[in-house]
Design a protein. Structure first.
Length: 225
């Protein structure tokens, strides 16, 4: 794995619905964090309250109904409180997840959204994934798309027009966090310089702040696609 690709396995910062933390790659963890930020933006826009709840995380073995899909990285089962299942599936797909609304009529489970973090290049995951996960991603890309189940049913629900455009940009997200921290530090430095009447130095910091803001805007545009 290349350095900086997010392949390191870590503990994610949000527990599942049972209060247990789980492991995943840094890329999957970052994708979840970014998705929650996008969900908060949507909630503000819609004037509603939404919450992403993790039912089953990555590196979770022994659930027979999951057929090994959660044994390794990139695959989770979730729900979004405050959203219908169909709306949640659409939102997650727009955020770069191969998301499938699983219904009780389809198998031995309750309603949930089974989702996979789409890799930067099709089927080139940064970490090992469950045995059926690559095939589910292939189903998501098919024309017409399929439902990711063993029966190979057609999935006629909404899919992004260009799925590749929705893929989470991990490196851009990491750089965005770094630039936001830099902007915060520069703002504090500028405040101290203005207070100390160091105008020339303050002007230089203002220039750095402007260039940092431009870079932040560029990175946010990349993440918005």
């Amino acid at each position: 794995m290349a350095a900086g690709d997010g392949s390191k396995v870590i503990w994610h910062n949000q527990p599942n619905v049972y209060g247990r933390y789980f492991k995943c790659s840094k890329r999957t963890s970052a994708h979840l964090d970014w998705t929650k930020k996008e969900l908060a933006k949507k909630a503000k826009k819609d004037g509603k309250s939404y919450r992403l709840v993790i039912i089953q995380g990555c590196y979770n073995t022994g659930v027979e109904a999951s057929a090994g899909t959660h044994d390794y990285d990139a695959c989770l089962d979730v729900r979004i409180d405050g959203m219908t299942w169909a709306a949640a599936q659409r939102f997650l797909r727009s955020c770069g997840w191969a998301a499938f609304w699983r219904k009780p009529s389809q198998g031995p489970w309750g309603d949930h959204i089974h989702m996979i973090s789409l890799p930067a290049f099709m089927l080139k995951f940064v970490q090992r994934v469950g045995v059926w996960v690559p095939g589910q991603v292939q189903d998501y890309y098919k024309k017409p798309p399929e439902d990711g189940l063993s029966g190979g049913g057609i999935d006629r629900t909404w899919h992004p027009k260009n799925i590749r455009d929705t893929i989470f940009q991990y490196k851009a997200y990491v750089e965005l966090l770094s630039q936001q921290e830099r902007r915060q530090a520069l703002a504090g430095r500028l405040k101290a310089l203005v207070k100390g009447n160091y105008q020339k130095r303050a002007d230089n910091v203002r220039s750095l702040l402007r260039s940092t803001k431009r870079r932040i805007d560029e990175l946010q545009d990349r993440l918005k696609r």
